[in-house]
Design a protein around this ligand. Structure first.
Ligand code: PNS
Length: 180
């Protein structure tokens, strides 16, 4: 039998393009349950993100700079492989509504099939964030709506800067159900 993971590290994986206040809420709740939280940004070369994975890491580090038990990293490949490599004991996922549940349940069970010792812990964000998604944030912002109070101030600043840079239009018709 392999030795149990040390340090009660939980991984919070996702796209975080961009990080929302819903994500922040989940990280802070998780940080009360686990010794360390590792926010793991998926490097997905198929997508055309608003921010590169490296930029997302920089932004998220900025947001959690006062939380020594919150770390940020990128990963690619299978999440369970990354979790094994980091010796994590749990995966954190946020569930906002019943609509999130089916996909999250599938992922959790597939991850358990791949690595039975790794638990998925579902967390509910504060009610005021249950309607938030990174996709909606990007859409509202790109159409001139305000995202103040929905994303951390640092994220809003980065988005404003990116808009000023004249970001190329995102691929159309590539919308997928976004879970975070
Ligand atoms: O923020 P998102 O896009 O909902 O996060 C999805 C994420 C990154 C958690 C998921 O796509 C993932 O774990 N990708 C890594 C590849 C993998 O392990 N796939 C099998 C999952 S069962």
């Amino acid at each position: 039998m392999s030795s149990p993971p040390s340090g009660r590290l939980a991984i919070f994986p996702g796209s975080f393009d961009p990080l929302t206040n819903g994500h922040v809420d989940i990280v802070l709740r998780s940080a009360r349950l686990f010794e360390r939280i590792l926010v793991a940004v998926l490097v997905n070369p198929d997508k055309r993100p608003l921010f590169t994975a490296a930029e997302r890491v920089t932004i998220i580090r900025e947001v959690f700079r006062e939380y020594p038990n919150v770390d940020v990293d990128t990963f690619d490949g299978l999440l369970v492989d990354y979790a094994r490599e980091r010796r994590a004991s749990a995966i954190i996922r946020g569930i906002r509504a019943v609509s999130d549940f089916e996909f999250e349940f599938q992922m959790a069970l597939m991850n358990r099939h791949l690595e039975p010792s790794l638990e998925t812990v579902f967390m509910m964000p504060a009610e005021q964030y249950t309607y938030l998604s990174s996709r909606l944030i990007k859409e509202v912002f790109s159409l001139g709506g305000t995202v103040t109070g929905l994303v951390p101030a640092a994220v809003e600043q980065w988005m404003t800067r990116r808009q000023g840079e004249g970001r190329p239009e995102q691929g159309r018709g590539t919308r997928k159900k976004e879970h975070q």
